[in-house]
Design a protein around this ligand. Structure first.
Ligand code: PHE
Ligand code: ZN
Length: 860
């Protein structure tokens, strides 16, 4: 019995098996008697038979046992089929009442109703509602919710749920109650409640049509001073969605709650967003500029879901990218509008390349609309989110902004109040935007990153650009069809540094096509995939001189950045192959960028950064982590030495600035720390003192953490002192302590692995908090050389964490598995160790289906 359970592979859910629900639940009333050890949940469902059938009502549950079941007011015997409650019903409409008891305090999975730092909160997406009560837990069952909560008044003075508050009162015995009602029918994954001792940053927003909305950001009293930035971002988001998409908020209140223990970033529950506190709390002393940007981006993302996700939701979980890809695209547009659009695009592409490209080329590759899954939590991936956003961006590029807006208007109007599909979205793009997207639909069904090879020929006054595309095979998809690739393209004159033509949007649709440019009198230099208009790799064969030229003269800032990155990559890949590289071209290109007064500092800070070791590895058939590390450090050292004067000027130039949160000030801080890193890489005698001075003199976390990183990567006597000082200053602030762990996990030193093994034993390391796990173990997997240490101790460390964490939090454990799945890209010795590590995971008795799915597919 036990054995059968341990070895039976979890069931596979398939998209093609979708059937509409047998029963609908137009209304639900929930009554919570809240207690951290025993919460009584009483639910009252109005159920209606959907279609002509005689199947029973099947209510999903997860670990629940009914305390009572009543049908139309009559107590009834109940029957469980596995975890589900099966209720035979004679008629077309009934009232079903169920009571269950749950224990939030013992809920370590952080799915359903759980306790975090003394408060009670919920997380239901994707399938957590079934851990709270029996229900048809699928997104195409939409219900109107009314929620009553009763709790101890001292421990839980604040009671929040979805929608608008309707009544509250005293319940006697030191208890109180509150009732909330949400007029908008919603799937149960958007249900939420929070009970706790919280205070609010309150504000209001008046919508387009003049309705006043009360806003509240709820946190522990000590954190109240760190909520202003999130509130500003919320109001900006509300105004932006009205201006850019015509979307107005629809309830009288909008609340956000920050919690310390959370599996993801944040959750868009209707009218009651629940956030990982790292995406709410920010002040100059504890949050970096990147943190500030992330807070604004995630606040916007969750707010935008009110339309793209909530008003129009998903029919089933295979359609996840319908809401996530679209909403990521929307939050990217929002962030681009707030500051430097160019830098934002660079960051988004860097994220895509770091997280999605490896996924798309490995054993876990899947299309943005997957065909099957064992555990849906494993499909909240960079592919669904970030590649999904790129697919929307391509439709935006093909239609142009006006027709795209007409198409989204049509989409929202047509599907408001419905559970829709990706196909519905594409049809709305076609009907509202006036385009034929038949072939474009392949982006929804084919996995893998398309590869384009570009060849530019020039003869007389004609330039011919020949483009060939291929999509690599991925698991289950050996043969691929050509895609529609929108490639923004322009030709430049390498001699006069002027453009030779206007920018063209080339649509590559065939395996091989030639595009002709007339009136090109001089030798052209190719600028292609400008703005990263298609999520593909492009091989252009441009030489160092042309890349250096574009890095200085291209009028598209992304293309400029890209040319520099390509030059750096070519240099590093050659150096890895030959042991020693020619650094001259990179040094000159970086010198030009540093000395160009027209460039904004944030852009310069990005452009002069070398590609990560992992990204260099992605370019190689067999990754040699040590050789890549050596090559990259050597280039850093040479850049540092050759341009030491420039780096010192850049560092000193930003020295005296007082903290201010503005694009210009952020850019100055960015460049300052990048420069500091190069001064240290040069081996300058005073580098550690400079870093230490920045560390102790900093009036903000960006400068402080930047300096700490420089010290941690070095071996000066000031290293330990800085780590110790940072720890003592912030030991009571979990979010900042996470940075202390991460900075050491990402160290470029030889002893990074030993340090990580020691930190695992540190009293502040815990598996109970997902942020802390990610801060150490998650971050370390990005340290290519440390994690891939030849003796396999890095793999062993990760497996131990995954197996131990799986017992308490399978979702977060499963997210740590993918780095081991890259084994095909490593030498035989490492590949063998990685496969053995995956094998150890798969053979662990009692493994969750979350981790089983990821580990078994990774062995693939
Ligand atoms: N839907 C959330 C978002 O992207 C992510 C999430 C998924 C949060 C599952 C919690 C659980 O905004
Ligand atoms: Zn989302």
């Amino acid at each position: 019995m036990l054995d059968a359970q341990a070895t039976a592979a979890p069931a596979v859910i398939r998209r093609e098996d979708y059937r509409p629900p047998d029963w609908l639940v137009p209304d639900i009333a929930l009554d919570f008697r809240l207690d951290s050890m025993r919460t009584r949940v009483a639910s009252r469902l109005q159920v209606v038979r959907n279609g002509d059938h005689d199947r029973p009502l099947v209510l999903d549950g997860d670990g629940l046992t009914p305390v009572a079941l009543r049908i139309d007011g009559v107590a009834t015997d109940w029957r469980l089929d596995g975890d589900a409650l099966v209720v035979p019903l004679p008629g077309g409409a009934h009232v079903v009442e169920v009571e269950v008891d749950i224990a939030p305090e013992l809920n370590t999975q952080l799915m359903g109703l759980y306790a975090s730092g003394g408060l009670l909160c919920t997380q239901c997406e994707a399938e957590g509602f079934r851990r709270i009560t029996f229900f048809p837990d699928r997104p195409d069952v939409l219900s109107r919710y009314s929620v009553r909560m009763e709790a101890d008044k001292a421990r839980y003075p604040v009671l929040l749920a979805n929608g608008d508050p309707v009544a509250a009162g005293d319940a006697g015995d030191g208890r109180h109650w509150a009732e909330w009602r949400d007029p908008f029918p919603k799937p149960c994954y958007l249900f939420a409640l929070v009970a706790g001792d919280l205070v609010a940053n309150r504000d209001s927003f008046t919508t387009l049509s003049g309705r006043k909305v009360d806003l509240g950001i709820w946190v522990r009293a000590a954190d109240l001073s760190k909520t202003d930035h999130a509130m500003t971002a919320l109001k900006l988001s509300m105004a932006w969605d009205e201006a850019v998409y015509g979307r107005e908020y629809d309830l009288d209140v909008f609340n956000i709650v920050a919690v310390a223990d959370f599996n993801f970033g944040a959750m868009e529950n209707k009218g009651l967003n629940i956030f990982n506190s790292r995406y709410i709390l920010a002040d100059p002393d504890t949050a970096t500029d990147a943190d500030y940007d992330a807070v604004a981006g995630v606040v916007a993302h969750e707010y935008f879901h009110n339309w793209s996700g909530n008003r129009v939701t998903c029919r089933d979980w295979f359609q996840l990218s319908l809401k996530e890809g679209f909403t990521v695209f929307r939050d990217q547009q929002f962030s681009a509008d707030q500051g430097s659009a160019a830098v934002k695009r660079i960051e988004d592409v860097r994220t895509l390349r770091a997280a999605q490209f490896p996924e798309d080329s490995g054993p876990l590759a899947h299309p943005i609309r997957p065909e099957s899954y064992m555990e849906i939590s494993n499909f909240y991936t960079a592919t669904i989110y970030n590649k999904g956003a790129e697919v929307i961006r391509m439709m935006h590029a093909i239609l142009g902004p006006e027709r795209f807006r007409a198409a989204t208007d049509l989409y929202f109007a047509r599907h408001d109040g419905e559970a829709a599909t990706c196909e519905d979205f594409v049809v709305a793009m076609e009907d509202g935007g006036g385009a034929d997207l038949t072939q474009f639909r392949r982006w929804y069904s084919q996995a893998g990153t398309p590869r384009v090879v570009a060849t530019l020929d020039h003869e007389g006054t004609t330039a011919r650009l020949t483009l060939e595309q291929a999509v690599p095979a991925t698991p289950g998809q050996p043969d691929k069809q050509p895609m529609v690739l929108p490639l923004r393209t322009r030709l430049f004159c390498g001699e006069t540094s002027g453009p030779l033509c206007d920018e063209r949007l080339i649509l590559l649709t065939e395996p091989r096509q030639t595009f002709v440019f007339d009136d090109i009198a001089t030798r052209p230099v190719l600028s292609i995939n400008r703005g990263f208009s298609a999520p593909v790799t492009v091989e252009t064969g441009r030489d160092a001189a042309d890349l250096a030229f574009l890095s200085a003269h291209d009028d598209d800032p992304f293309a400029r950045y890209e040319a520099m990155q390509q030059l750096m990559l070519d240099t590093l890949v050659a150096a890895v192959a030959e042991g020693r590289g020619d650094h001259g071209a990179v040094i000159e290109a970086v010198r030009n960028t540093l000395s160009d007064p027209a460039l904004d500092k944030a852009f310069v800070g990005e452009a002069v950064l070398l590609p990560s070791e992992a990204f260099v590895g992605e370019q190689m058939l067999v990754v040699d982590p040590d050789a890549i590390h050596r090559a990259r450090e050597a280039l850093r050292t040479d850049l540092g030495k050759a341009l030491e004067g420039e780096w010192r000027a850049a560092h000193a130039g930003a020295q005296a600035n007082r903290f201010e949160y503005s694009p210009a000030a952020k850019g100055a801080r960015r460049l300052k720390t990048v420069a500091l890193g190069y001064i240290a890489a040069a081996g300058a005698a005073d580098a550690a003192e400079l870093a230490h001075a920045q560390f102790t003199g900093a009036d903000n976390m960006t400068d402080r953490q930047g300096a700490l990183t420089t010290l941690v990567n070095g071996d000066s006597a000031l290293r330990e002192a800085a780590l110790e000082a940072f720890y003592r200053r912030y030991r009571d602030n979990a979010l900042v302590l996470d940075k202390w762990f991460t900075t050491q996990a990402l160290s470029t030193r030889d002893d990074a692995l030993d340090a990580v093994l020691a930190l695992e034993k540190h009293p502040d390391f815990t598996l109970a908090n997902p942020n802390r796990v990610r801060a150490l173990a998650g971050a370390f997997t990005a340290n290519q050389r440390g994690f891939h240490a030849a003796d396999g101790r890095g793999y062993g460390f990760l497996v131990d964490i995954i197996v131990a964490l799986d017992r308490i939090n399978p979702q977060t454990a499963a997210k740590l598995v993918p780095p081991l799945g890259r084994w095909r890209r490593f030498d035989e010795a490492r590949a063998t160790l990685m496969r053995a590590a995956l094998g150890r995971i798969v053979e662990t008795p009692g493994l969750s289906k979350d981790v089983f799915e990821q580990a078994s597919k990774s062995l693939g």
